[in-house]
Ligand binder design. Structure first.
Ligand code: SAH
Length: 430
C-alpha cells in the first residue's frame, strides 16, 4: 500500500536511537569541539555520541560534525545531479538535534520481568533499551520513560513476542510542533486495558501537555506498529499542526513529515521556486494529506491533487475544509493512471508539483506530463537515485532541470531531500 511505502521510507530514520551521555543540547559548535577533542586523543577513540548507535544503525553520521554531514551529502548529490543542473547549497538546520516529532518505542521486559522500552536491534527482534535519543523530541522521550515507569504499579505487562503473553507492545508519540498538541498512542494486543481511567489520569498528572491518548489494538504477528482498531481514551484522537500558516489534522496513521521545521522550509522552497502569479492551474501529484496543494492554494487559481492512499485523501479533504480552501480538488488514483487520463482528454495545466515515494515516478507518468505540457515541473524527491533516473527521462521529453536545492530533513542520517525546478524547453523529443 502506498502510504506504507512512504512509512517504509522513513523506517530507517524511524527507530529510536540513544542520546549521547552528558549534555544533549549541544550545538554545532560543541560538535566541532567534540571532533577536535577526538582528533587530539591518541590513546583511545572517544565514545560515540550515542551509546546504542552501533546496534540501532539509523544514524549513519551520528559522530560527524553537522557541517561535515551536509558537505558529504552535498557531494553525493552533486555527483548524481551534475549532469543535469546546478546543485545549490544545502538548507540545513540551525539546531539539528531532537527534530523528530514522531517517536516510536517498542515495549518488552528483561528476564526478571522489569519493563524495558527501546529499539529493535538491527535486523532482529531483540529490543535494545533506549533512554532517550539525539534525534527525537525530548518531551516524547520523557513521556515514554514515564509510561515505562508506571507499568509496574498498574500491573500492566509488556508483550512478549516469544510466548504471546502481555499487553503493551508499542508506544507512539506524535507532536504538533507549532501547536504544542501531543498525541500518545498505546499499542496493545487486546482492547481491554485494566484501570484505563486511572492510568490516563496518572499519565496526565505527569504530562498535562498531552492533548489526546489513543488505544490501538494490534493482535497480529506483524512488523507494522499500528493495528486496524483504535479508539481515543482521552481527547479527540488526533492532533493538529500548523505548516506554512495552514492547519493540518494528524491521526495516529496519517503521513506527516517527521521534521516539521524543515517541512516548512521544503514547501516554501518548492512554492518560491515555482514563481506563481496567481492565475495558474497547478497539479499536486503524490499529494499525501494535501499539504503542498493546500499551502499553495492561495497563490494559484486552482489545484488538482492526486494521491493513491484512500485514508490520506480523506485527511486531505478534511484539511482543505478546516482551512476553508475551496480551489483544490482531490482525486484518489494512481498518479500515472490519472495523468494518462488527463493527457487522453486533452487537458493542460500550467505547473506540476510532484512528490513521489522513494522509488520515484514512472516513465509513463513523465510521458503524460509532456502531453499535458506544463511550463514548469517542481520535483520534490527523497531519493537522489530515483531523482537522477527521472531527470534523465524528463530531459529526453524536453524538460530541462534548472536548479536543485537540497533541504536537510534528516540530520545525522544519510537521507537527502531535494527540490528541483524543471522548465519546458521544446515540444519535440530531444
Ligand atoms: N506530498 C505529500 C506526500 C509525499 S509522500 C507530503 O509532502 O506530505 C508520497 C506520497 O505518494 C504518499 O502519500 C503515497 O501514498 C503516495 N503514492 C505512492 N505511490 C503512489 C501512486 N502510484 N500514485 C499516487 N500516489 C502515490
Amino acid at each position: 500500500m502506498a502510504e506504507i511505502k512512504k512509512e517504509k521510507k522513513n523506517t530507517h530514520e524511524y527507530s529510536r536511537k540513544g542520546r549521547p551521555s552528558g549534555n544533549t543540547r549541544s550545538s554545532a559548535g560543541d560538535e566541532k569541539r567534540y571532533a577536535n577533542r577526538r582528533q587530539g586523543s591518541e590513546t583511545k577513540p572517544s565514545p560515540s555520541r550515542c551509546p546504542v548507535s552501533k546496534k540501532c544503525g539509523a544514524c549513519q553520521m551520528i559522530d560527524v560534525p553537522y557541517d561535515k554531514q551536509l558537505g558529504k551529502k552535498h557531494k553525493h548529490l552533486k555527483e548524481l545531479l551534475e549532469p543535469f543542473c546546478r546543485v545549490e547549497s544545502f538548507v540545513g538546520m540551525e539546531s539539528p538535534e531532537h527534530y523528530r516529532c514522531k517517536v516510536h518505542a517498542v515495549f518488552t521486559h528483561d528476564r526478571k520481568g522489569n519493563p524495558l522500552s527501546g529499539i529493535y536491534r538491527e535486523g532482529s527482534h531483540e529490543v535494545v533499551p533506549v533512554e532517550s535519543c539525539l534525534l527525537e523530541d525530548q518531551k516524547a522521550d520523557a513521556i515514554i520513560a514515564s509510561i515505562r515507569g508506571m507499568l509496574r504499579s498498574f500491573k500492566i505487562k509488556t508483550f512478549d513476542e516469544d510466548n504471546g503473553y502481555g499487553l503493551l507492545r508499542h508506544v507512539l508519540i506524535r507532536i504538533g510542533k507549532h501547536t504544542g498538541e501531543i498525541m500518545v498512542v498505546l499499542v496493545t494486543v487486546s482492547p481491554i486495558f485494566p484501570s484505563k481511567n486511572n492510568f490516563v489520569k496518572a499519565l496526565l498528572k505527569e504530562h498535562p501537555e498531552i492533548t489526546t491518548i489513543v488505544l490501538n489494538v494490534n493482535d497480529k504477528q506483524t512488523s507494522m506498529i499500528l493495528g486496524d482498531k483504535e479508539k481515543p481514551i482521552y481527547g479527540p484522537g488526533f492532533i493538529y499542526d500548523i505548516c506554512c500558516g495552514m492547519k493540518f489534522k494528524i491521526s495516529p496513521k496519517s503521513f506527516y513529515q517527521v521534521n516539521p521545521i524543515q517541512q516548512e522550509v521544503l514547501y516554501r522552497t518548492a512554492i518560491e521556486m515555482a514563481q506563481l502569479k496567481g492565475n495558474e492551474t497547478a497539479m499536486d501529484c503524490y499529494s499525501g494529506v494535501g499539504t503542498i496543494g493546500i499551502i499553495m492554494s492561495p497563490h494559484v487559481k486552482e489545484v488538482i491533487s492526486v494521491e493513491l492512499n484512500k485514508d490520506a485523501v480523506k485527511d486531505a479533504i478534511a484539511n482543505a475544509r478546516i482551512n476553508e480552501v475551496k480551489n483544490v480538488t482531490f482525486y484518489q488514483n494512481d498518479a500515472t493512471e490519472f495523468m494518462q487520463q488527463m493527457a487522453a482528454s486533452g487537458d493542460s495545466v500550467d505547473i506540476v508539483f510532484m512528490d513521489p515515494p522513494r522509488s520515484g515516478s514512472t516513465p509513463e507518468f513523465i510521458d503524460a506530463v509532456k502531453a499535458i505540457s506544463p511550463k514548469k515541473v517542481i520535483y520534490i524527491s527523497c531519493s537522489p537515485d530515483s531523482l537522477a533516473r527521472d531527470l534523465a527521462i524528463f530531459e529526453k521529453k524536453g524538460y530541462k532541470a534548472e536548479r536543485a536545492v537540497p533541504v536537510d530533513m534528516f540530520p545525522f542520517t544519510r537521507g537527502i531531500e531535494t527540490v528541483v525546478l524543471l522548465t519546458k524547453t521544446t515540444d519535440k523529443e530531444v
